[in-house]
Design a binder for this molecule. Structure first.
Ligand code: ADP
Length: 489
């Protein structure tokens, strides 16, 4: 059992807060023990960050040199893919095949923002007045906070740290309680890549203590958060009080829609992946299925075959589709939702239980579950379960479909399966969702902005807009003539 140090203001040492553990969700064993950051550690990290981002060496560093650090980060990640994927799987139980993909996406993210910071240009607006030149340029914000969840640490952490660093800020990263390992490894990688001391600190600790104090600290000038809607709302209040920007990537209850002309095999496979990969522990999980009544029996038959064939197993075993959920407490809350769905009139078509296999008894596993017979107003159709639970509803016409698909406090994503791309585009106009996938689901591109409508969030990550979200714009007016202001004559 390793006892880990944490990264505070450019130094590796034990935090002065409580002891905390990272557990392997497959068997509950302890991966690592560490001392969390205390409020004093937080102050120290912020003081170091404030000094580091103002350093002329960093402030004036040419973009291609800043990019070089991010490329080095990507090189290191690419040279350690298997090891990092294992670390991520140990921390949160996701199957290796998935964490491999996440590690690769983190490397790609670092490269994208390396390129973006080199290509970022200010603007030269055309002033309406003569004898005036105006420039508008982007500057860093200063010390910024990144607060991340446990479901995809390496991806969500890189998605915040890479653009924040590319933009010239200093970042304090507060990983989720359950998954501190990857954030600490990222700190090592950034350090090894030559990031000057103080520009990245990683402070594991309790959200309600360290996360809250980080967000509230007067020197922190942006909060970037991914996690649950209730925590996001709390942080939005903090940001409003301080008048600082907040980027919030929150929950979802995303509809995935099968029209009557869909390719059933393609749709069934895509839906299966969209809800059951990561054991459904994804904000974008396609957890509400709407199927046109003409193809409902056909689609459901195939989907059930696929779901019943999924292999639940150890995250390190080849061929595992679904690993354990993050911990028993979360697994119990998923089970409780299934019980609630039954009380609400739902019929469990497959799964719905903790697997009986004794080989899985030590882990927090749950069966892939499909429920029908509920109306969209049921709690199981409205609340985010964050587990492998799909609710299926049939629909008759587009009006009913749009009304029900949009009848959710969330608006993160949606999926449409059809051979008619014109109709898919017309429907996508009417869906209240930050991302709409057509004939695919849960695929990402780092250059495409991501974020939610309604209570799924505020702001966008990824893309050039994602980089600018870590900057502030300054406009400069330069008089090019010799005119004198006569107001005070
Ligand atoms: P989840 O439900 O996905 O665990 P949370 O919103 O509880 O989502 O947690 C996401 C991140 O937010 C974690 O790093 C957690 O420690 C942090 N967090 C939780 N509560 C607070 C808070 N009051 N202030 C700041 N960060 C918090």
């Amino acid at each position: 059992m390793d006892e880990l140090t944490i990264f505070i203001g450019g130094h590796w040492r034990h935090g002065s807060g409580n002891v905390m553990h990272s557990h392997f969700p497959a068997d509950g064993s302890v991966n690592a023990t560490l001392h969390a950051a205390s409020l004093d550690d937080l102050k120290e990290a912020i003081t170091a960050a404030e000094r580091a981002w103002r350093e002329p060496g960093w402030r004036n560093m040419l973009p291609h040199l800043r990019a070089k650090i991010l490329h080095k980060v990507a090189d290191i990640i690419e040279s350690r893919i298997d090891e990092l994927a294992q670390l991520q799987s140990r921390d949160n139980g996701k199957p290796l095949a998935e964490t491999h993909g996440l590690v690769m996406s983190a490397a790609g993210c670092a490269r994208y923002f390396a390129a973006a910071c080199e290509l970022l240009e200010g603007e030269l607006p055309t002033p309406r007045q003569a004898d005036l030149l105006t420039l508008s340029r982007y500057e860093p914000l200063g010390v910024v906070a990144a607060i991340t969840p446990w479901n995809s640490p390496i991806a969500s952490e890189m998605q915040k740290v890479a653009p924040a660093i590319a933009a010239g800020n200093a970042v304090i990263l507060k990983p989720a309680e359950a998954t501190p390992l990857m954030a600490l490894e990222l700190a090592r990688i950034f350090e090894q890549a030559g990031l000057p001391a103080g520009l990245l600190s990683v402070l594991p600790g309790k959200g309600s203590v360290i996360g809250d104090a980080l967000a509230r600290h007067p020197l922190v000038r942006k909060i970037s958060f991914t996690g649950g809607t209730s925590t996001g709302r709390r942080l939005a209040h903090v940001a409003a009080e301080k008048l600082i920007p907040a980027s919030l990537e929150l929950g979802g209850k995303s509809p995935t829609i099968v029209l009557e002309d869909a390719d059933i095999e393609q749709a069934a496979r895509g839906i299966c992946y969209g809800i059951f990969s990561s054991g459904g522990q994804a904000c974008i999980a396609g957890s509400r299925l709407f199927v046109h009544e003409n193809v409902y029996p056909q689609l459901m038959t195939r989907l059930l075959e696929l779901a019943r064939g999924l292999r639940i197993g150890h995250p390190f075993d080849d061929g595992t589709h679904i690993g354990p959920l993050i911990n028993e407490k979360h697994r119990d809350s998923v089970l409780e939702y299934v019980e609630l769905a039954k009380r609400e009139g739902g019929r469990v078509l497959c799964g719905g239980e903790i697997p009986a296999d004794p080989a899985l008894a030590a882990g927090s596993y749950f069966q892939p579950t499909i429920i029908e017979g509920l109306t969209n107003g049921a709690r199981a159709c409205q609340e985010e379960i964050f587990g492998p639970v799909l609710v299926a509803i049939s629909f008759r016409d587009d009006e009913q479909l749009i009304r029900e698909a949009n009848d959710s406090v969330y608006g993160l994503a949606a999926g449409i399966w059809t051979r008619d791309s014109g109709r898919a585009l017309r429907l996508s106009d009417r869906l209240e969702a930050g991302t709409v996938w057509i004939n695919t689901y849960k695929v990402f591109s780092i250059s495409t902005p991501f974020g939610g409508f309604k209570q799924s969030g505020l702001g966008r990550e990824k893309g050039i807009q994602g980089l600018k979200g870590w900057m502030q714009q300054k406009s400069i007016y330069l008089a090019t003539g010799n005119s004198v202001n006569h107001w005070c004559d």
